[in-house]
Structures are given as C-alpha cells and as structure tokens.
Design a protein around this ligand. Structure first.
Ligand code: ADP
Ligand code: MG
Length: 696
C-alpha cells in the first residue's frame, strides 16, 4: 500500500485513542503525518559547551551537563514553579534554570547534588542568563545532534508526535512518488523519500543555512514536496475543466442588483454594479462560470454574491454558499433573508454544530428540492448536502479554504461557481494562485465610508488603551462597539498575549458585564450568544481571537484594539481593521505590539499609514514576497496544501500546470502513473474533510 493511504492507526506507536485525536485534526493517514513539518529544529551540534553561558550568548541553544547546587520553589505555592542553579562540572560557570510549571516528578530527578543535562535556549533573566522550561535528561542519555521539534496535537504532547512521525518515517520507502520518473529527471528533482527524510531527520552534517531553509519551509526538500502537491492539484483541476459539462444558463437580469440594494437600504456602488454585470454575463452561457471576485475588505462583496444568487434562484436553480465560520454563516443567512425578501425561502443553515437530526431533516428537504438556498460551513461538503439542481456555488472568504474545497463544491455538478476572495490580492498574483478562475476586481468601497484612523502605540500603555476604548464607547450617542483582539486563546509558549491576560487588563478599567469573550473553542450557541450580546450593545466590548477576522459585520463597531499585533500578518491586520467603520461612522484601529523590536514596529507602522488594501499588498509583495503579506500564520495560504504556497511558488505552479496538461494529453486516465492519479483523487477527497479550525 502507498504510505500516503496507510491509516494512521497502523503506524507504530499510534494507539486507538491517539488515532482518534489525530483524525479529529485531519490526520488520517501516514502521509498526512509526514506532511506535518516540524515546527523548528534544535541544532545541538555545538550546544554542549558552557562557553555559551560564560560568554553570555543570549538566544543560543544549549545542551549542558551540570550539577544542581541550589533548588527552590517559586511562584504561588500550588503553582509548582521551581528554580534550580546548575554548576559547570569544572565549577567555572553557573546557570539558573527556571520551571514555571515543573513537570511531574521533577523534584525527584533534580535533588541537590544531582548531575543532569538540560536542553533549551539561553535567555536574559534578571541580570543573569537563564534557561526556561528546558528538557531534562539523565547525564549519560544520548541526544540527536539535530532534533526536529513538533507542535503538539490537542492532548498529544510534542514528544509523542515526534515519536509517531519518526516511526512513520521508518516506512518512507513505501511512499509512492507521484512525480513521473522522466519528469523528475528532466527537472533534476530528488525523490520524495529523500525530501521527507531531510525534513524530519536532517543529516547531522547539514549546513546551517540549509537548516535555516528547512526551518523556514523554503528548503529544496519543501520545494520538491510542494511540486508534488501542485502537480496533483493541476491534474485534478485540468480534469475538472475537461469534464465540467454544461451549466444551466442564467438569463441576464440586471435588475437583481438594484433590487437587493434597495431592500438593504443602499445604492449600489459603481464597483458593485460592474462586478454584478460581469458575473451575470458569464452565467448566461452553458459553460460553467469559474469566477474569482476580489475586493478590499468592506467593499460590499456580499451584496454582489447575493445578486448573482437571486438571478440564479429566479432562473429556477438552487444556490449554496460555503463560508468559513458558523458566525459568518448565520450572518449571511440573515442578510440573504433581508436582501432576497422571501425569494428562494426558506434558507437552510448547515453547521458542524447542527444537531444530527436537524441536519438529516435539512438534507432531506434539500434533496427533495424543498430548500433551494443553503448557507453552511464545511458541513456542506460532507455527504450530500448540496441541492441536486445546484445552479450557483458561492465560496466566501476563499482564503479559509483551498483548491480541494473549491472542487468539492462543484464536483460532478455543472454549476456556476463564484469564489469570493477575502484579501485584496493584486491581479497578477490572483492569476498565479487561481489560474483556473477569471478574476473580477472591485476597486472601491461605498463612498459614504470614512477612512479608519490607525495608529501604533507603545507596548503596555494600558491607560491609553482604556481611554481610547472609553471614548469610542461614548461616540455615536453611546452606541460604540469595541473589538479587542489577541493572537492566542492560550499561550502555547511564552510569547503572545492571551485572552486571560487581556481580560485581566480590561477588567481593571471596565465592569465585567460590559465585556464578552468570543473565540473558536466556544460552542456554536455560546458564540451566537456572545455575538448577540455585542451587537445588541449589552456588552459593547468584545474580546476575541482572530475568529472575528473573517467576514464579521457589525455596523456599529467603531474601534478595534489589536494586542500582540506583530503576531498577525499584514493581510490579517488589514482584515481585522476592516471590521470597524462599516456603518459609515468615524472609526479607529489601535495596534499594540508586544515587543519594542524595531522590525515589528516598522511593519505595523506601514499598515497604519496605508488604508488601501491593494496598495498595501502590492507594496509588501514587491519588497518581500508573499510570505510577509500573509504573515507567519499563513492565513492566506491554500489550506489544501501542506508544502506548496501558490503565491510564493508561482514558477512551480506554471511548471506543474504545463506538466499536468502534457501528461493528461498523452494518457488521460494516467494508467502509466497510478501514484499521480491517486494523489489527484486524494486531494479531492481531502476537500470533504473539515479541518479542526474550520469545523465550526
Ligand atoms: P466585504 O466585501 O468585506 O465582504 P460586506 O459585503 O460585508 O463587505 O459589506 C461591508 C459593509 O458595507 C456591510 O455593512 C454592508 O452592509 C455595507 N454595504 C454593502 N454595500 C453597500 C453600499 N452599496 N452602500 C453602503 N453600504 C454598503
Ligand atoms: Mg465578506
């Protein structure tokens, strides 16, 4: 069997429980496991050296042998903090070792006089170098010269994941390479197996710059695996294009736009009118439309998609909207109900959290044609939730999905498809990432909108933050609404502000019953309640994570405070800022970095100085390439890929498309390349699995 299809439960060291947890995070096969690259690498080749301590090399990774000469408890008694002092064997140097949360049994392993080895990074403590939460080994324990460090998965600890991945790696020879041999030879590519080995177990003589490339995900090995993914995707897309069939032509009815705008109480903007015109035109023929709608955040893309939906419903066909979160699903269902004024009713909403019975009932009604408009999250892609006579598939906030989901929406159907981009990507890049789609761009939002005042302030200026929030709440006759956004729910390492920290800070200045918390780990009901409390104004401060980044529309919101702002990508910051000022009122954005590093600050200043998403994207891309624009969280990256990033890997995309066409031309069923055929099908199947993040 191809290792990529080997069920994860059959990998050594994976028990039933671990397998269930992994599947819950979309790791179904040994292939999925190996596609999770390590988070970072510990280079321990020069780490067994006290000189790093004695010469105070902050940031250096060390793996030091020493003797415990002092041990004391720190922090609250029940907090379990321990601080040790470790002495160099020859007595020349000492190092403080701090455990804020001592692992169980630590005290027993580190009594006074014990010899231990500690592995971690040196950092500046109070006047001396310290090691925080290091790993502790027995003095004679072996350690790998270069260690791959993985992220934990739910309750599976990083070390457990590392062990599991390494045992999958033992069988890497069973990975069927989808790249045809002749092509690999022509492109001078090394094998997938070599690439996976290098990524998960770098050779001990690897050069430092190569190791950095591995860490950044830009190594030859990553590029090699990226090509593999892009080739599979190109095959799938090319096949979909060839077998698209005939779509139901939708009569050209330009009245739908103004009709909807009027119901919502707006005038169409010129950009909206143009986009609607272009979209309706491409739906009048029997060739399925494949369109990408690109517009800046707040430019009114929902209304455009609603107009296309109305035209489709009027032509007697059904419509489905795929959206990234349950919050957005419910919001769009409401907007559509208002905008369509009963046409196409009833509207079904399908979420991951929808109870099974309700879901089954909705699916039945959809199958019978009683429901013709459905809005849903990933739940839409599972089993049969799409109307049989689907005329139009809308995919909103495309950046939360990927090419696999896009194809799953119209698989075996000849529906028109409108993909709505969340970020204002420049046209040339849109073409690289979405080569299979025709792009329509909306340049301007409603002119009634005022520019958002953005500023960056010093870390920790809580008084300023509180004052700004207070003033925003009082604005618009006390109808102001304020978002406070943090990068993480909980700290997974010491960096980044958490919900709890921000909550503590806000509670010092505002009564508890003014603040409501919203993040992705809350259940759907709790999220709905939180959002309602915020919209209604009973709790006008919403403290949340980036779940609010996508698509949230609260017209009264007039201030967003972004804490730990340097942890967000530029596109994300711009998205977040787009959540305020939507009702045409004055609005502001305050970005608060956590560190005072100039590099972090510079990026934020740039966002503050420019309110045009297209200009921001263009400038950033020119200077730094796509990576920076989307940030470390890679929110703009196609979720169907583990290694490829079509924006970054534009050249590889072109090569893959070309190769896929040639291969299919000669051998339409890919009989001679079964591994590639499987890879393409696997990608399509992946589109139907929700990932944990977008399961909402
Ligand atoms: P996005 O393009 O980010 O998806 P939305 O479609 O959510 O933006 O629209 C942003 C806001 O602008 C919403 O509050 C919407 O009601 C409002 N809006 C949309 N079209 C118009 C218009 N033509 N005139 C005024 N406001 C509009
Ligand atoms: Mg939107």
């Amino acid at each position: 069997m191809d290792l990529q299809d080997l069920p994860v439960a059959e990998v050594k060291h994976v028990g039933l429980q671990a397998a269930a947890i992994l599947r819950g995070r979309s790791v179904h096969t040994a292939g999925d496991l190996l596609a999770r690259a390590p988070r970072r690498y510990l280079d321990l080749r020069a780490a067994d050296d006290w000189q790093l301590v004695n010469e105070r090399v902050t940031g250096a990774t060390v793996a030091l042998l020493g003797t415990v000469v002092d041990t004391r408890r720190i922090g609250p008694l029940r907090g379990g903090g321990v601080s040790l002092l470790l002495r160099q064997p020859d007595g020349r140097g000492v190092l403080r070792v701090v455990f804020f949360h001592a692992p169980p049994g630590m005290a027993a392993r580190t009594p006074l006089g014990a010899r231990i080895r500690v592995i971690g990074s040196l950092r500046e403590g109070r006047g001396e170098l310290e090691l925080h939460q290091p790993r502790v080994l027995a003095p004679d324990a072996k350690f790998a010269p270069i260690e791959a460090v993985y992220g934990g998965v739910s309750t599976l600890a990083p070390a457990t994941i590392a062990r599991i991945v390494q045992s999958a790696l033992e069988r890497v020879d069973e990975w069927a390479d989808p790249v045809p041999v002749e092509l690999a030879r022509a492109m001078k590519l090394r094998s997938s197996q070599d690439s996976l080995r290098t990524i998960h177990r770098p050779p001990s003589n690897i050069a430092v710059d190569q190791l950095i490339a591995l860490q950044r995900g830009t190594s030859w090995a990553h590029q090699r695996l990226a090509f593999e993914e892009l080739l599979a995707a190109s095959v799938a897309l090319e096949r979909a294009r060839k077998h698209a069939g005939h779509a139901h032509p939708i009569p050209f009815d330009l009245s739908v736009g103004p009709h909807i705008a009027k119901r919502l109480g707006f005038e169409l903007t010129p950009s909206q009118a143009e986009a609607i015109d272009a979209i309706l035109r491409s739906m009048t023929i029997d060739q399925p439309m494949r369109r990408l709608l690109v517009g800046d955040v707040g430019s009114g893309k929902t209304l455009v998609a609603a107009a296309a939906s109305l035209a489709t419903l009027r032509a007697g066909r059904s419509v489905a909207w795929l959206v990234p979160t349950s919050i957005v699903a419910e919001q769009h269902a409401n907007t559509l109900a208002r905008a369509l004024g009963g046409e196409g009713a009833p509207i079904a909403v399908l979420l991951g959290s929808t109870p099974k019975r309700a879901r089954t009932a909705a699916r039945k009604a959809i199958a019978r044609g009683q429901i013709r408009l459905v809005v849903g999250t990933h739940a839409l892609l599972e089993e049969d939730s799409l109307p049989p006579d689907l005329g139009l598939a809308v995919i909103d906030e495309q950046h939360r999905f990927g090419v696999a989901q896009r194809m799953a929406m119209v698989k075996d159907r000849s529906a028109h498809m409108l993909v709505v981009s969340a970020t204002p990507i420049p046209r040339t890049l849109a073409l690289a990432q979405y080569g299979d789609l025709d792009v329509v761009t909306m340049q301007k939002g409603p002119s009634s909108r005022q520019p958002i005042t953005s500023r960056v302030i010093e870390p920790g200026d809580h008084a300023f933050i509180a004052n700004t929030i207070r003033r925003a709440l009082e604005a618009n006759e006390g109808r102001g609404r304020v978002f406070v956004v943090v990068p993480r729910i909980e700290a997974d390492d010491a960096s980044a502000v958490t919900i709890a920290e921000a909550d503590a800070m806000l509670s010092k200045h505002f009564p508890r019953d003014r603040i409501v918390v919203l993040h992705g780990q809350l259940g759907a009901d709790a999220q709905r309640e939180a959002l309602h409390a915020f919209r209604s104004g009973s709790h006008p401060i919403l403290l949340g994570t980036s779940v609010i980044e996508v698509g949230l529309d609260v017209p009264d919101a007039n201030l967003i405070v972004i804490l730990g702002a340097e942890h967000f990508g530029i596109a994300q910051l711009h998205q977040l800022r787009g959540r305020v000022g939507r009702g045409g009122q004055r609005a502001g954005c305050v970005m608060v970095p956590e560190s005072s590093e100039p590099a972090a600050r510079e990026r934020l200043d740039e966002v503050a100085a420019c309110s045009d998403g297209f200009a921001l994207a263009e400038r950033d891309l020119e200077r730094r390439g796509a990576g920076e624009w989307f940030g470390e969280e890679q929110s703009g990256r196609d979720r169907s890929f583990c290694f490829a990033d079509p924006l970054r890997d534009r050249a590889l995309v072109l090569r893959a498309v070309e190769a896929a066409r040639e291969l299919l031309e000669r051998d339409p069923t890919l009989a001679a390349h079964p591994a590639l055929d499987r890879a393409a099908k696997r990608l399509l199947a992946r589109g139907q699995h929700p990932t944990a993040e977008d399961a909402g």
